[in-house]
Write a protein that binds this ligand. Structure first.
Ligand SMILES: NC(=O)c1ccc[n+]([C@@H]2O[C@H](COP(=O)([O-])OP(=O)(O)OC[C@H]3O[C@@H](n4cnc5c(N)ncnc54)[C@H](OP(=O)(O)O)[C@@H]3O)[C@@H](O)[C@H]2O)c1
Length: 278
């Protein structure tokens, strides 16, 4: 089984399917990431605010997997956008991860009320030039935020990591991103378990037809849409299940039925609106 890669706009490849560790308890992270690496994941998505970068680093160190085979993402938290803070923050993350550089560093939220996401983006450009991260991107940026940072710097983010699943497809952002060459990373790809995606006939019946689980059908939908995903689980059997999505294909009709799940009025969103997070 080879996990597909997609190319970012800076020429680097990223594994399209990875493992996200939001809400993996710090004390359990080394075990969970070790199991993820054992079952075949090579792309890990963490963040300073998750408090578990040390566990990710410990698992990487003990795995013996060559650094070049791993793709590690972490993120700049909201209270560190200004001045020297981004450089200090990435330094702290690298120390915890035990790495000299990450593969992808993201501005975690735009926090537009503070009006400092442009400064954060300018600082990430410097961190990339300093070799502390190979690629740079943003998270939870909506079209106006994206347009502003690109207009001001001329540097287009490699990715925008946004809440995205069949019930909340953010078509305005995905359309803009496709036109500008920005890859979409879909966080909460399974709706965080808060939205009953798995009971919807377009998912449930498709799963039965392919002898797969509803979660596998949703993840397959993401991959066929071209999104990058990193579902979270603390259970080894689900880590395996979520990786076992490369041996079947959804038909155009099955894809269209899942496309139609989004109510289109924002009510499918399971987490905070980016304009409201500070
Ligand atoms: N940039 C951001 O602001 C942001 C925000 C949120 C998340 N993220 C990133 O995106 C990653 C994924 O999103 P997420 O963790 O929020 O949500 P998610 O992956 O959509 O859902 C995780 C939930 O689904 C359950 N689950 C996992 N696999 C399953 C399966 N095969 N069948 C049934 N249930 C399953 C997990 O439970 P168990 O653990 O008990 O299996 C957990 O409760 C995060 O880990 C993080 O890296 C980024």
């Amino acid at each position: 089984m080879t996990i597909p890669t997609v190319q970012l706009n800076d020429g680097f490849d990223i594994p399209q399917l990875g493992y996200g560790v939001f809400k993996v308890p710090p004390a359990d992270t080394e075990r969970a990431v070790t199991e993820a690496l054992e079952v075949g994941y090579r792309h890990i998505d963490t963040a300073a605010i998750y408090g578990n970068e040390e566990g990710v680093g410990a698992a990487i160190a003990k795995s013996g997997i060559p650094r070049r085979e791993l793709f590690i993402t972490t993120k700049l938290w909201n209270d560190r956008h200004e001045g020297d803070e981004p450089r200090k923050a990435i330094g702290e993350s690298l120390d915890k991860l035990g790495l000299e550089r990450v593969d992808l560093y993201l501005v975690h939220w735009p926090t537009p009320a503070k009006d400092n996401y442009l400064e954060a983006w300018q600082k990430l450009i410097e961190l990339r030039e300093a070799g502390l991260t190979r690629s740079i991107g943003v998270s939870n940026f909506l079209v106006p935020h994206l347009e502003r940072i690109v207009a001001a710097t001329g540097v287009v983010p490699a990715v925008d990591q946004i809440e995205l699943h069949p019930a909340h497809q953010q078509r305005d952002v995905t359309t803009w991103a496709a036109a500008q060459g920005v890859r979409i990373e879909a966080w909460g790809p399974l709706g965080q378990g808060k939205y009953d995606l798995f009971g919807i006939p377009a998912v449930k019946d498709t799963a039965t037809a392919h002898d797969k689980s509803p979660a596998q059908v949703v993840l397959r939908w993401h991959l066929q849409k071209g999104f990058i995903v990193f579902p979270k689980s603390v259970r080894r059997e689900r880590l395996e299940e979520n990786l076992d999505v490369l041996d079947f294909t959804l038909s155009d009709a099955e894809m269209a039925a899942i496309d139609a799940i989004d109510p289109g009025d924002g009510t499918g969103r399971v987490s905070a609106h980016p304009d409201e997070v500070e």
